[in-house]
Design a protein around this ligand. Structure first.
Ligand code: FAD
Length: 326
């Protein structure tokens, strides 16, 4: 069997990130078409128990590197370990989620292995024996088709929430390879990890996002957005205008300089639809826009548009959705 399609199994606090299952599901199909094995690469501390789930989601083999120094993500430790593994096993491709960790580690690994990286890809297929990716440009107005003709491994960071997850095969076991960890010199020192505590879903993994823009007028009114989100189990997002005004934290900003999201449903309230905002959300499967300006740019990408005052529309929408979900 040839060298393998690898998936970096991103986890936090010994919980596998959803994008890992998306990558394994897509990777399974690619590996089968190429006649290669599908491998997951799992790094962390006390994470060996997660290998079983990776097998059920399609991995033939799981490289586990369990080490105290990998408890928290640092670029140096992680890239040293993954680069060593890749040099020893020469995979065809290494897939990451287009997350904060995936972007950082993928780019560092590509540099270390002197290979190419496709970033923020939304689809991948095998064409003429090559992995061929699509990635959006200009907020989804254009697509680039990219492949790495010669350099190996191909490094790719796939946008979360766009690849379908296969049903797990209960009891399917992957071969587990416990690998050595040479974390090398770690220049980054983590002094403290400040976790945001929220009962809402994480923005990049949420199926539904309700986002507020400058149209909400002030910090207090973001509560309206939160109430709608809570009524339907959604995450709360916002535009940069809201962050710049100090009404909501930057961690919730959607867009070019914020998070890239692809939920099933994105409800934009009082957001004009600037290209930098669209860059982060235009691949959402269904977009609902509420804006009092019927010419607002957001309506050009919206599947459903409500022209109206959000202070009137959002409470009604919340009550109607609550009834539907009751
Ligand atoms: P506005 O453009 O001011 O729109 C407010 C909207 O609310 C208007 O359409 C108005 O009609 C509507 N409205 C007002 N009152 C109501 C009401 N009562 N009911 C209903 N509708 C109402 N922006 C991002 O969002 N994310 C990014 O990551 C990002 N990155 C950027 C990076 C760079 C390099 C630059 C230059 C800009 C970036 N921006 C980003 C900023 C972006 O250009 C816009 O300025 C910003 O998205 C505007 O936010 P907004 O839509 O909330 O505000």
């Amino acid at each position: 069997m040839a060298k393998g399609i690898w998936v970096f199994a991103e986890q936090r606090d010994a919980k596998i990130k959803k994008v890992t299952y998306e990558l394994l599901s897509a990777g399974r199909g690619l590996a089968d078409q190429l006649g290669e094995e599908l491998c997951a690469v799992l790094l962390g501390k006390d994470v060996a128990g997660l290998a079983a789930a990776l097998g059920e989601y399609g991995a033939d083999k799981v490289y586990v590197v369990d080490n105290e120094k990998l408890a928290e993500y640092t670029c140096d430790a992680y890239v040293n370990v993954v680069a060593d593994l890749a040099k020893a096993n020469e995979p065809t491709a290494v897939f990451f989620g287009y997350t904060a960790v995936g972007r950082d580690l993928g780019a560092s690994l590509a540099q270390r292995l002197a290979t190419g990286m496709v970033s923020d890809a939304v689809s991948v297929k095998v064409d003429g024996g090559q992995l061929v990716f699509d990635r959006p440009l200009y907020a989804g107005k254009a697509f680039v088709t990219a492949s790495c003709a010669e350099a190996r491994p191909v490094i790719a960071a796939m946008r979360p929430n766009v690849l379908a997850i296969n049903e797990p095969a209960a009891g399917k076991q992957a071969e587990v390879v416990n690998a050595d960890a040479n974390t090398g010199d770690i220049r980054q020192k983590i002094k403290e990890v400040a976790m945001a505590i929220s009962s809402r879903p994480e923005l990049t993994e949420a199926n539904i996002i309700v986002s507020g823009g400058r149209g909400v007028k002030n910090a207090e009114s973001m509560k309206l957005i939160e109430e709608l989100a809570d009524a339907i189990g959604a995450a709360v997002g916002c535009s940069r205008a809201v962050v710049d005004a100090g009404w909501y934290p930057q961690s919730q900003q959607v867009g070019q300089t914020g998070k890239t999201v692809s939920p099933n449903l994105y409800i934009a309230c009082g957001i004009s639809g600037a290209i930098q905002h669209l860059a982060g959300m235009s691949s959402s499967k269904c977009i609902v826009a509420i804006n009092k300006d019927e010419d607002a740019n957001i309506f050009k990408v919206a599947d459903y548009g409500i022209v109206g005052d959000l202070f009137q529309v959002v409470p009604i929408l919340k009550e109607e959705l609550k009834k539907l979900l009751a």
